[in-house]
Each structure stands twice: as C-alpha cells, then as structure tokens.
Ligand binder design. Structure first.
Ligand SMILES: [Zn+2]
Length: 242
C-alpha cells in the first residue's frame, strides 16, 4: 500500500470535512497554503527520500526481536502505545529545552489551525521522531508493515487534531486527542498544555491537560509577530542567532 495515496486520501477527506462543518469560516486557499503544501511535500517525501539515499537503513539487530512473537495486532497496539508515550515525552522536551524550541516553534508560528498545519514543522522534527521511535522499533523486531500502518494512523490523527473542526469527542476526550483539545496546545496562553498526539491519557495522567469548553482567544506565540513566512525562511530560522 502506497503512503502517497493515504496522504492524498486523508487530505481530501479533511478538506471536505472542513468545508462541511468548519470551526471557523475561511477560504479554501487561505493565507500560507503554498508554504504548507511545500512542507507537506518536503516532510513526507523529499527529505525522507534524501536521507534514505545518504544513510543506509541498516541497524544492528542486537538479537532483541522479541516483538516478532506478538503477531500483527499485538505489535500494532504495543507500537501505538509505546510511540505515543515516547512522543508525549519528546514533545514536552521540544517545548521546554530552548535549543529544541527553536525548531518546534516553527510549528507553533502557524496563525491558524487546519489539517495542512499538521505538516507545518521543521524537518529536524522528522529526524528526531523517526530516529527515536522507529529505529528502536526496528531493533525490537516490529515489522515494517506495522510501522507503515502506525505511520498512517499518525497521519490520520495529526490531520484530525489540527483540523478546522469543532469536535471534542465527548467522554472519549479522556482517552483520545481531538481538534478542540489540540487547539489549546496552540493557544498563546496558557503555555505547555496538551502534548498528546493520538491519546490524551498522558496529559490527564501527568497533569498537562487543559480543556475548557470555549476556544482560546488567539493562537500562535505571544510577542512573536513577524514570524518567517516562506518555507525556506522557516527552514533556516532555527540556525540564525537570536
Ligand atoms: Zn507543540
């Protein structure tokens, strides 16, 4: 199964949903769409392909392949839980370590949320997440097919939680992340809330959940107007002295 078709299909589904029941009315080609389309193409295909050409994906097996015995479903469940908890921790660090925040703030400089913003991030994040999630998974014997479907799930949930929709998932809010919850992660204030990706459990467990009934006053980073606008400016911004 080709990831490109999943990316295209999920993009089409969320574009239609956002037209049908938007949280905020806005034009289809809203400001910054070309920059975000470039992020999508570069972060999902071009950069991973280039890295694949330079770095051979050959990791020592370490004879740790115990996950093989779990079967497909067991591997998928364990991989989803493990990766989501790891992402919760990594995402926390991206916010709290100043050097890492220089890269992650590109994602938070997006002034609005819709599914395209899911891809509006610096490529360094792909390197960090891929190496910390998928390299250990490969070493522990998780199959390539399970990793692929985990990637599809991550894309679907990322599109969903960033989408311009008003869904809060009712009681399921204590288990799963949602557009209404993730909106508060992108709020100017309060900072450092709702770090979860697929599951919201980690935020409720570790005290970082913030989920009032209303919407945040504004999105973005307080006191940081004049953020880099083009894809190239956003790519080089973290390396510039501040
Ligand atoms: Zn963040």
């Amino acid at each position: 199964m080709n990831y490109f078709f999943w990316l295209l299909g999920l993009g089409a589904i969320f574009t239609l949903l956002e037209r049908w029941a938007p949280r905020q009315e806005r034009r289809l080609l809203r400001k910054g769409w070309a920059t975000d389309l470039t992020h999508i193409l570069m972060n999902s295909f071009a950069f991973p392909y280039l890295i694949g050409q330079i770095v051979p994906y050959q990791f020592p097996s370490l004879h740790l392949g115990w996950a093989v015995g779990l079967g497909w479903a067991g591997q998928f469940v364990l991989m989803t839980l493990y990766c989501d908890l790891a992402q919760y921790g990594i995402h926390n660090l991206l916010h709290r370590v100043p050097f890492l925040w220089r890269f992650h703030k590109i994602h938070h400089q997006a002034p609005t949320l819709d599914w395209m913003v899911n891809w509006h991030f610096h490529y360094a994040e792909v390197l960090v997440y891929r190496s910390l999630l998928y390299v250990p998974a490969g070493m522990f014997g998780f199959s390539g097919e399970v990793m692929f479907w985990h990637g599809v799930l991550g894309t679907a949930m990322g599109h969903f939680t960033h989408s311009n929709l008003r869904w809060n998932l009712g009681r399921w809010r204590y288990v799963l992340n949602s557009p209404a919850m993730h909106l508060w992660h992108h709020a100017k204030a309060p900072k450092n809330k709702n770090f979860g990706m697929v599951f919201s459990i980690w935020d409720w467990l570790f005290g970082t959940a913030h989920f009032p009934a209303d919407d945040p006053e504004s999105l973005g980073i307080a006191g940081e107007e004049g953020a880099p606008q083009t894809w190239m400016q956003q790519l080089v911004a973290p390396f510039k002295a501040t």
